[in-house]
Each structure stands twice: as structure tokens, then as C-alpha cells.
Design a protein around this ligand. Structure first.
Ligand SMILES: Cc1cc2nc3c(=O)[nH]c(=O)nc-3n(C[C@H](O)[C@H](O)[C@H](O)COP(=O)(O)O)c2cc1C
Length: 176
């Protein structure tokens, strides 16, 4: 049995990206999934001075450890002003200090969703360019546009989009 972690790049309690990440994780066969919530990993705002004075915060080390212990990563990024949310960027900055090879070559299903028609395309492009520089092994990718029209009761309601996700999940599963 493989161990997967799934999380959203968001600290919203109603995060639509967390809903998508949880749904995608539920589609993976023969795997135990842990859905992480960034609210359980509060961190000070990254600063070189803080790091020099205090070292790495425990929560940054805990998240890196969670990645290390996982066989695969499912992540769905929320988009704020065309980029990562500040809470995710902060976590990423801290984690990259703890472990420059942040994603440790684990197979990754990289996703994004938003209420808009572009489905977080900008943040997805940023992550696709950057994550491999931190040893992400992005094996599949998915963007869900217009979340509130295409997702209800914990799953994707649009058949064509659901089919696309199933293909990406299968690819991810095969890489585990
Ligand atoms: C400050 C701010 C900036 C946003 N910028 C974008 C954006 O650039 N593109 C987009 O599609 N949605 C944008 N949104 C809407 C978010 O996609 C929406 O709030 C979504 O629910 C965020 O995902 P989450 O629920 O997983 O946190 C923005 C929302 C906020 C609060």
C-alpha cells in the first residue's frame, strides 16, 4: 500500500482546491491518503533575519518530513493575483531552506482550480516551471475551470472534465 499526501496551496477553511485535492486523492487505488491542511502548519513570514536568529521553524521541518515519508504528492494550488497564495509561497520558501530538493523526486499530480474560466492556469504555469527545480517529478497535471459550475457534492460533475482527471490520476497511480 502506497502513502500519498494531498493538500491545497490555500489556508481557506472552505478551500475549493482542498476539495479538488481530496477528490483526486479518493480516486487513487491501493493507496492510503493523508489530506494535509496548511492551517496546521502555521509559520512566521519568511525572513533571513528570523532564520539566522531562530533556525528553521518546526512546522516547516514537519512538512518536509511529510513529503519525505510519502510515496506521492497531490497538490492543488489556489491562485491569488496570478500567482501562489502568500501562505503557500511562505511555506515553499521555508521548505526550500530546510531542503532545497523540496519535493524529493516524489511523483506529483499538480492541479489548480478557481471560480474563473482559466482554472488557475497562471499559478499552474508558475509551479510547472519552478517545482522541477526543487526535484518535483510532475507526472500529471490538471486544471478545473469554473469550479462552482463543475464540482458539486465532493466530485466533478462535468463528465468530460472528470474523464480528464481520471486519466491524470491513473498516470499518477502508475508512477507510484
Ligand atoms: C486576493 C485574491 C486574489 C485572487 N486572484 C485570482 C486570480 O488571479 N485568478 C483567479 O482565477 N482567481 C483569483 N482569486 C479567486 C480565487 O481563485 C478564489 O478565492 C478561490 O476560492 C481560491 O482558492 P481556495 O478556495 O482553494 O483558497 C483571487 C482571490 C483573492 C482573495
Amino acid at each position: 500500500m502506497k502513502n500519498i499526501i494531498a493538500f491545497a496551496g490555500s489556508n481557506s477553511k472552505q478551500s475549493i482546491n482542498k476539495q479538488l485535492a481530496s477528490y483526486a486523492a479518493s480516486l487513487v487505488d491501493n493507496a492510503k491518503t493523508e489530506v494535509l491542511d496548511l492551517n496546521d502548519y502555521n509559520l512566521p513570514q519568511y525572513s533571513v533575519d528570523f532564520e539566522q536568529e531562530n533556525g528553521f521553524p518546526e512546522n516547516a521541518k514537519r512538512f518536509v518530513e511529510a513529503i519525505k515519508n510519502a510515496d506521492g504528492i497531490i497538490i492543488s494550488l489556489a491562485e491569488h493575483n496570478g500567482a501562489y497564495t502568500s501562505v503557500f509561497k511562505n511555506l515553499f520558501d521555508w521548505m526550500s531552506r530546510v531542503e532545497q530538493k523540496t519535493f524529493q523526486n516524489k511523483p506529483m499530480l499538480l492541479m489548480a482550480t478557481s471560480p474563473g474560466a482559466r482554472g488557475g492556469a497562471s499559478v499552474l504555469a508558475i509551479a510547472k516551471d519552478r517545482f522541477p527545480r526543487h526535484d518535483a517529478d510532475i507526472v500529471s497535471e490538471f486544471s478545473l475551470p469554473s469550479f462552482f459550475e463543475n464540482f458539486s457534492e465532493g466530485k466533478i460533475s462535468n463528465d468530460a472534465l472528470n474523464e480528464q482527471l481520471l486519466i491524470q490520476v491513473k498516470q499518477f497511480e502508475n508512477a507510484l
